[in-house]
Design a protein around this ligand. Structure first.
Ligand SMILES: Nc1ncnc2c1ncn2[C@@H]1O[C@H](COP(=O)(O)OP(=O)(O)OP(=O)(O)O)[C@@H](O)[C@H]1O
Ligand SMILES: [Mg+2]
Length: 267
C-alpha cells in the first residue's frame, strides 16, 4: 500500500513579476517579485495600499492573466506549461472569482447569471439550472432566482456573484474586495457566508480588503506594498515556531548537560 501523498498547495508563487508596458517605452511594475505559498483550505486576507498590486496578484492567482516572469503553480500545476485553453480549463475547474465590482450581466436573471460558468463547461441546461438554484439557495437567495441585478440590493448582488463563483464547485474562492461596496450589515453577511464556505465546505478563501475588521477575521494576512510582500503573518508564525523549538532544544541540551554533570559528581 502506498501512503497518500499530501495535496499540493493551492498556490505556490516564486518571484512573480507582472509588468505592464505603456506608450513611450514606459513600464509599470505592478508586481516586482512575489513569493508565497497558500495551502488548500486556508483563509487569507491580502491587504495593502491602493495601487500596491493586490488585484494584479489576484488576477495571476486566478489564472485570468499570466506573469511576466517567475513561477506560479496552481494546485501543483505550473501555469507556464499550459496553453490558453488549458489555463481556462484549470481556472474553470479549480477557481471561483469574485471581482472588485460584481461583474454581473445587467439584463439577466440571478439564476442565469449564476448558471453562466456552466455553459462554458458544456453542462446541459436542466443541470445548469438545478445547480445554479442550489448555489443561490446556499447564499440565501432562493427567493430571488428571477430577479435581475438592478432589482437587488448591493449585498444581494454580491451574494449572486459569490454563488456564480461557487457553482462550479471550486477548490479556491478568490474575492477582490467582497465587502468593499457593502454597508456593514451586508458586509457582515457576506463575511459570514465566506467563513461558512471555508469551514464547512473546505473551500480555500483568499480575499482582498481595505477593511481592518475584515482582515482581522482571516487566519492569515499578507501585506502587499509597492508590488512586494511586505509582511506575511504565516511566515512570522513559522519564524516564531522555529525560534521556540530552537529555544526548547537549547533548554533540553542545558538540562542534559546539567544532569550529566550531576551524575559525574562524586558527592
Ligand atoms: N492594465 C494595466 N496597465 C497599466 N498599469 C496597470 C494596469 N493594471 C494595473 N496597473 C498598475 O499596476 C499597479 C497595481 O494595480 P492593482 O490594480 O493591482 O492595485 P490594487 O492594489 O488592487 O489597488 P486598489 O486597492 O486601488 O484596487 C497600479 O500602479 C496600477 O496603476
Ligand atoms: Mg484592486
Amino acid at each position: 500500500m502506498t501512503a497518500a501523498r499530501p495535496a499540493p498547495p493551492a498556490f505556490e508563487a516564486v518571484d512573480l513579476v507582472r509588468s505592464y508596458p505603456l506608450d513611450g517605452g514606459v513600464r509599470v511594475d505592478a508586481l516586482r517579485g512575489v513569493t508565497l505559498c497558500i495551502d488548500q483550505g486556508e483563509f487569507v486576507a491580502i491587504v495593502g495600499p491602493s495601487g500596491s498590486g493586490k488585484s494584479t496578484l489576484m488576477h495571476l492567482l486566478g489564472c485570468l492573466d499570466r506573469p511576466t516572469s517567475g513561477v506560479l503553480r496552481v494546485g501543483g500545476v505550473d501555469v507556464s506549461t499550459l496553453d490558453d485553453t488549458r489555463l481556462a480549463e484549470l481556472r474553470n475547474r479549480a477557481i471561483g472569482f469574485v471581482f472588485q465590482s460584481f461583474h454581473l450581466l445587467a439584463r439577466t436573471s440571478a439564476l442565469d447569471n449564476v448558471a453562466l460558468p456552466l455553459v462554458y463547461r458544456g453542462v446541459p441546461r436542466p443541470e445548469r439550472r438545478a445547480r445554479a438554484r442550489a448555489a443561490l439557495e446556499a447564499v440565501g437567495l432562493g427567493h430571488r432566482l428571477g430577479h435581475r441585478p438592478s432589482q437587488m440590493s448591493g449585498g444581494e448582488q454580491q451574494r449572486v456573484a459569490i454563488a456564480r463563483a461557487l457553482v462550479g464547485d471550486p477548490e479556491v474562492l478568490l474575492a477582490d474586495e467582497p465587502t468593499g461596496n457593502l454597508d456593514s450589515r451586508n458586509g457582515e453577511e457576506v463575511m459570514g457566508l465566506l467563513e461558512r464556505l471555508n469551514v464547512d465546505g473546505g473551500v480555500a478563501v483568499v480575499l482582498v480588503t481595505h477593511d481592518q475588521g475584515v482582515a482581522a477575521r482571516a487566519r492569515r494576512q499578507i501585506h502587499v506594498r509597492d508590488g512586494l510582500v511586505e509582511f506575511d503573518t504565516a511566515a512570522a508564525r513559522t519564524a516564531r515556531r522555529n525560534m521556540r523549538s530552537e529555544w526548547n532544544e537549547r533548554n533540553e541540551q542545558n538540562e542534559r548537560h546539567r544532569g550529566n554533570q550531576r551524575d559525574g559528581d562524586p558527592r
